[in-house]
Ligand binder design. Structure first.
Ligand code: ADP
Length: 796
C-alpha cells in the first residue's frame, strides 16, 4: 500500500513529464502520454476505491485531494480518449491543471503513507498483542495439556492397578472356588449351570464341561424335590419372595450322576453380576458327618443308659446292702451282752467298727445316687441351730478326744436361734465337715464358728466355719476335694479311710439348699471349711412346736410287742434286743400276717417294717387302724432305713406314731421307750447324783480300743479344767450366749465320762439360762469339778 501511494507521485511526474514531451513533439509522445495517464488514472482509482485503502479515506485531507484529482482525471480522460488534435490543444491546460494538483497529490502520498504507516504500526502492535495473548494462551494450553497428560497417566496407572487387582481377586476367587471343599454351583436366572467347581465334580460325578449349560434342577435335585424347587424358583422370580435364598445352611438331599441320593447342607445366595442376577449354591456332602453325628448320639444314649443303670445299680445295691449290714450290726450288739472273753470282745469291737464304717460308706453312696437321680427333695421345718450343732459336736466328741483333739463351738454376734430349713441336710454337711476335721487332726483344736453374714430374700445367711489345726490341704487340691471319690494321699500317709464322697455330698446338699461351700487351707496349717446357707428366721415357738402329736411313752415295764418284719435277721435282732429288755415278743413275717396277729389280741407296741412285699407297712398300719381289733389303737413304730421328712409325713398319714431308723440298737429302743429300767430306778430314788457314774465310765472304756481311753480321759480333764476356769460369775443366754454354749458342751462331755454331779449342775444352769434367767455361778462349780477330778484320777 505504501509502495502504491509513493507510486502515485512518481506516476504523476511520469505523466507531467509526458505532458511536457507531448507539447514539444506531439506526434512522438502522445501514445506514451496516454499510457502514463492510464497508469496514473488506474493508480488513483485503486487508491480511491481499493478496500485496502479504506483507512486513508477517513482522512479529510486525503479524501478532498482524491476528489480533486479524480475530477481532474475524469475531465482529462475524456481528452485522452478524444482525438489527438483536441488533446494537443488541451495539453497546456492539462499541464497547468495537473501542476495545480501537485500539492494535493503529494499530500495523498505523504499523508497516505503516514496514515498507513500508523496503521501498520497499530497492526503490528495488535499483532504483537495477539501474539502475546496467543503465547499466554499457548502456555496455558501447554500447562493444561501437561496436567491433563499427568492426570491421564495417573488414571491409566490406576486403571492398570485396578485391572491387576481385579485380575488377582478374580484369580483368587477362581482358586477359592476351584479348591473349595464345598461344591460351588453357579446358575443363571433360567436355572442353567454356568459354573461348576472341582468339588462339585467330585461330589456329583459330572465333569465341568458336562454340567455347564445344563439345567441345575435336572442335574442334581432328586426327583421328589424337583417340583418344590421349581415352585420356589418361580415364586422368587415372580414375587421376589425368598425362602432358601440367604437363609443360611439348609439340610436337604441331592442326587449324584449315579442317581444316588445323599444328604447335603446347602446355602444359596443371589448375586448381581453386572445386570444379570446369578445364583451361587454352596453344597456340602454331609453323609459322613451325619453318620458321625448319629454314632455320637448313639454312644451318648448308650452312655446315658449306662449312667442311669449305674446310678440305679448303686442305689439298689447300697440299699440292699444295708439290710444285711443292719442285721450284722444288730447281731454284734446282741453278742456284746453274752459272756465273751476279752479277746473275743476285742474282735467284736473291730467287727463293729468295720461294720459301722461299711454302713457309713454305703450310706454315702446311697446319698450320692439319690442326689444325682433327682429324687432328693428339700424339706422345710423349724429347728434350732445351736441344738443341731451341739448334737453334731457331741457325736464327734469321743472321736475327737481319741485323736487328742479339743472340739469347741463359737457363736459370733447375734444369731437367730430358731430357723426353718432342711435340718437333715445341714446336719449331714456339718457332720461331714466336722468328721473330716476330727479325722485329719491330731492333738489339735477343732472350732465350729457360727455367724450371721447377711440377709438374702427374707432369709438369714448363716455361715458355719469348721476350722481345724490338722494336716491341711495343698492349694492345688482345694477345689478337687469337692469332687466325688477324691481322697488325697498326704505326705503324712493315708490318715483315715474314706470313700471320698463326704465333701461331694456336702457340696450337693449345700447347693440344693441354695448355699455355697468352700475351703481355705495351707498344707500343714489346718483347714477352714465354710458353709453359707440361707435359713429362714422363725419364732422360737414355731421351732419348739412338736412335729407330731405326742403319744404317751410306754412305761418301762414288760410289754407285749409285735414285730412285723419280713427279713429274718432283722426280726431276730429286734426280738433279741426286746427280750433282753424284758419284753414279750410276737413275730409276723409279712404285712398281712401282722394285720391278722394284731386283730387277734392286744399288743402294747407294734414294730412295723416299712417296706415289705405284698403288703407294706403303710397298708398294714392302715388296715390295723381302720379295723376294730383289740390293737387298733396300739402305738405303732415304723422301722425304716431312713426317715426322710417326706417319709415321716407318710408315716404320720398312715397312722404310725413313731419311727426308728435301722440299724436298731439298744440305745434307740431305750430312747423310744424312755430311760432303761436301771436308770429309771436311779432317778426314782431322787438321791443326790453321784460324783462319778462308774458304770458309764466302764461302758466308755469298753467301747474304745485299748489305750485310747486314758488319752481321751486326759483330754476331757484338760478341756474341763479350761472350761471351769473360763466360766464367769454370772451367765445369761442373752448376754453370754457363748458361755451357755460352753456349759452345754461341757455338760455333754461330763455325760460321756460319767461325771454325773457336774453334768447335773451344768445342765441345771443351762436350763435356767435358756428359760431367760441370769444365773449366779460364783465359783460353785469348781469344788464339784475338783471332787470329780480326784475321782477320775485313778482311772488314768
Ligand atoms: P473322705 O471320705 O475321704 O473323707 P471327703 O470327700 O470327705 O472324703 O474328703 C475328701 C478328701 O479331702 C479327704 O480324703 C482328705 O484328703 C481331704 N480333706 C477333707 N477334709 C480335710 C481336713 N479337714 N483336713 C485335711 N484334709 C481334708
Amino acid at each position: 500500500m505504501q509502495w502504491s501511494l509513493s507510486q502515485v507521485e512518481l506516476e504523476y511526474y511520469r505523466y507531467e513529464n509526458n505532458l511536457l514531451m507531448a507539447q514539444e513533439s506531439p506526434e512522438d509522445s502522445l501514445d506514451e502520454l496516454r499510457r502514463s495517464f492510464d497508469v496514473f488514472f488506474s493508480r488513483i482509482r485503486i487508491v480511491k476505491s481499493g478496500d485496502a485503502y479504506s483507512s486513508i479515506h477517513d482522512e479529510p485531507q486525503i479524501a478532498e485531494a482524491l476528489n480533486s484529482v479524480s475530477t481532474y482525471l475524469e475531465s482529462a480522460a475524456r481528452l485522452m480518449d478524444g482525438d489527438d488534435q483536441t488533446l494537443v490543444a488541451a495539453l497546456p491546460t492539462l499541464l497547468s491543471n495537473a501542476r495545480a494538483l501537485h500539492a494535493q497529490l503529494r499530500a495523498i502520498s505523504l499523508r497516505g503513507i503516514m496514515v498507513s504507516a500508523a496503521r501498520s504500526d497499530q497492526q503490528r502492535e495488535d499483532i504483537s498483542h495477539t501474539l502475546l495473548r496467543l503465547a499466554a494462551g499457548t502456555l496455558f494450553l501447554i500447562f493444561a495439556l501437561t496436567a491433563l497428560l499427568l492426570w491421564l497417566i495417573h488414571l491409566t496407572r490406576l486403571n492398570a492397578r485396578r485391572e491387576q487387582q481385579l485380575k488377582r481377586s478374580s484369580q483368587q476367587t477362581e482358586a477359592i472356588v476351584a479348591t473349595s471343599l464345598d461344591a460351588v454351583i453357579v446358575a443363571n436366572r433360567c436355572g442353567q449351570i454356568i459354573e461348576f467347581n472341582g468339588a462339585a465334580e467330585q461330589i456329583f460325578g459330572y465333569a465341568r464341561a458336562e454340567a455347564i449349560g445344563q439345567p441345575m434342577q435336572e442335574l442334581i435335585i432328586p426327583d421328589d424335590l424337583r417340583a418344590r424347587h421349581k415352585g420356589a424358583m418361580e415364586r422368587y422370580l415372580r414375587t421376589g419372595e425368598k425362602r432358601f435364598l440367604g437363609a443360611g445352611r439348609i439340610r436337604l438331599r441331592a442326587k449324584r450322576k449315579s442317581g444316588a441320593v445323599f444328604p447335603v447342607e446347602v446355602s444359596v445366595s443371589s448375586v448381581l453380576a453386572g445386570k444379570d442376577e446369578i445364583f451361587v449354591s454352596y453344597i456340602r456332602d454331609i453323609t459322613k458327618s451325619l453318620e458321625h453325628e448319629e454314632a455320637l448320639q448313639r454312644a451318648r444314649d448308650d452312655a446315658l443308659v449306662g449312667e442311669r443303670a449305674k446310678t440305679q445299680f448303686l442305689a439298689v445295691m447300697s440299699h440292699e446292702m444295708r439290710t444285711p449290714l443292719n442285721g450284722l450290726l444288730g447281731t454284734l450288739e446282741l453278742m456284746d451282752d453274752t459272756a465273751l472273753t476279752p479277746q473275743q470282745r476285742k474282735y467284736l469291737d473291730t467287727m463293729r467298727v468295720s461294720g459301722r464304717l461299711l454302713l457309713h460308706h454305703v450310706n454315702d453312696v446311697l446319698q450320692i445316687s439319690r442326689s444325682d437321680s433327682g429324687t432328693e427333695t428339700l424339706s422345710e421345718a423349724p429347728f434350732d441351730i445351736d441344738t443341731t450343732v451341739a448334737e453334731i459336736v457331741e457325736s464327734q466328741r469321743a472321736l475327737a478326744h481319741r485323736n487328742g483333739n479339743i472340739i469347741r463351738t463359737e457363736r459370733i454376734g447375734a444369731l437367730p436361734r430358731a430357723v426353718s430349713g432342711d435340718e437333715r441336710k445341714l446336719r449331714q454337711i456339718l457332720l461331714n465337715l466336722v468328721g473330716n476335721a476330727v479325722k485329719f487332726t491330731t492333738d489339735g483344736t477343732i472350732t465350729i464358728e457360727i455367724e450371721r453374714v447377711g440377709q438374702i430374700r427374707g432369709a438369714a445367711m448363716i455361715e458355719f466355719r469348721v476350722i481345724d489345726s490338722g494336716i491341711g490341704i495343698a492349694e492345688a487340691d482345694l477345689t478337687r476335694i469337692f469332687d466325688d471319690f477324691v481322697t488325697l494321699d498326704t505326705t503324712y500317709g493315708r490318715r483315715a479311710e474314706g470313700t471320698g464322697l463326704g465333701l461331694g455330698i456336702a457340696r450337693r446338699y449345700a447347693e440344693a439348699m441354695g448355699g455355697e461351700i468352700g475351703v481355705e487351707s495351707e498344707e500343714g496349717e489346718g483347714c477352714a471349711f465354710w458353709l453359707r446357707v440361707p435359713l429362714t428366721e422363725v419364732t422360737k415357738a414355731a421351732a419348739t412346736e412338736p412335729a407330731q402329736v405326742p403319744v404317751p411313752r410306754v412305761a418301762a415295764k414288760p410289754l407285749d410287742i409285735l414285730i412285723v418284719e419280713d427279713n429274718e435277721i432283722n426280726r431276730f435282732v429286734l426280738r433279741e434286743l426286746l427280750h433282753k429288755m424284758g419284753h414279750r415278743v410276737d413275730e409276723a413275717h409279712n404285712g398281712r400276717d401282722g394285720v391278722n396277729k394284731a386283730a387277734s389280741r392286744h399288743y402294747d407296741v407294734i414294730f412295723m417294717d416299712v417296706s415289705m412285699p405284698q403288703m407294706d407297712g403303710f397298708e398294714a398300719t392302715h388296715a390295723i387302724r381302720s379295723g376294730n381289733g383289740p390293737s387298733h389303737a396300739t402305738r405303732i413304730v415304723a422301722v425304716t432305713a431312713h426317715a426322710l421328712p417326706t417319709e415321716v409325713a407318710l408315716f404320720e398319714a398312715a397312722g404310725m406314731n413313731d419311727w426308728v431308723i435301722k440299724p436298731v440298737s439298744r440305745q434307740k429302743l431305750q430312747a423310744l421307750f424312755g430311760a432303761p429300767p436301771t436308770a429309771t430306778a436311779r432317778k426314782a430314788t431322787g438321791a443326790a447324783p453321784r460324783t462319778l457314774d462308774h458304770d458309764a465310765l466302764q461302758e466308755l472304756r469298753d467301747s474304745l480300743p485299748e489305750g485310747s481311753f486314758a488319752k481321751l480321759l486326759r483330754g476331757f480333764m484338760e478341756e474341763t479344767d479350761a472350761a471351769i476356769a473360763a466360766l464367769p460369775d454370772r451367765v445369761s443366754a442373752s448376754e453370754t450366749p457363748e458361755v451357755v454354749s460352753l456349759i452345754h458342751q461341757t455338760a455333754g462331755a461330763c455325760g460321756t465320762f460319767g461325771a454325773e454331779r457336774l453334768r447335773k449342775a451344768l445342765s441345771g444352769i443351762e436350763t435356767r439360762c435358756k428359760a431367760g434367767e441370769t444365773v449366779e455361778i460364783d465359783g460353785k462349780l469348781s469344788p464339784i469339778w475338783n471332787e470329780t477330778r480326784e475321782a477320775l484320777q485313778p482311772q488314768l
